[in-house]
Design a protein around this ligand. Sequence first.
Ligand SMILES: [Zn+2]
Ligand SMILES: [Zn+2]
Length: 340
Amino acid sequence: MPAAVYDGGGVITVRDVDVPTVGADDVLVEVSHCGICGTDLHLVLGDHARPGSVLGHEWAGSVAALGAGVAGWELGTPVVATPEPGCGVCRACMRGRPSVCLRRDPPDYLSFRGAFSRFVTVPARRLARLPAGLSTRVAALTEPTAIALHTVTLAKLEPTDRILVTGAGPVGLLTTAVLASRGFHDVTVVEPSPLRRARALAVGAATAIDPGELPVPEIGLPVAEPFTVVFECSGHAAAAEAALDQLDYAGTFVFVGTGHDPTRVNHNRFIVLELTAIGAFNYDADGFTSALGLLASGALPTDLLIEPTDITLDALASTITALARTEIAGKVLVRPEVSA
Ligand SMILES: [Zn+2]
Ligand SMILES: [Zn+2]
């Protein structure tokens, strides 16, 4: 089967690899579409992925073969894979945070067998059926939508919140759209790319500004029109630091976007304004069910969140570069084929 294999040194090569063997409790899934995530960009452009690995974790597909011990699934059923549930008894699980269950196997970000390939295998217990009417193409947004829902959950928003979203790439756009779907419309997006600013307005932001328009506060005081909550979706330290300066007293800062350079946090400002910082990593306990329901409801502008033209495996490397240059606003979906 064709797969986009990471060869090291930032190089991705499309080649034929063996179809993965299906264990007794596994299901073989034929991938329909797999989204390109910021994590994939970091793993490739930062040369963090292990050579020989196949990336891609935002996918949907259909059941193609069943392990010997699997019952209850039919070939052709459209599915996504859900995360392993938490143990239910550790400190994190008891606090409703199964994403960071203390008894989870350590995640392997570097060498996992992902879905930039025609087939993947998944333990049958992790499969979820798509709701009626939801295409596998749109369902490829399930995982990032579950992340956006989780960030919004963790922020514990109030109806009166003034929200700032930094970065209008795929994560910031999806966060903005999820906020709008939940009734939060006082959302300002800060983003240097005019293309991405326009898309942010189209998916639900009330205002979109250039980072240069953000004011610098006086020491120990909020800016003139502060925000109560920031969702930092860019992963850029400078953006995060400028956004921290925009928070009001008792404001909440949510780190969503990962990035290479650590953010410098002005602890004096945190103390004097009594700010809260939150890291949002994965999903609510019911995150995939909620994400599938939200996507199937039609409440998200998926035609604006997903780029209109899907790519094939051979265009993955060049598209990763274009995404890193912010030449593309929305989520790019990969069809696991090779162009003719
Ligand atoms: Zn992702
Ligand atoms: Zn646990």
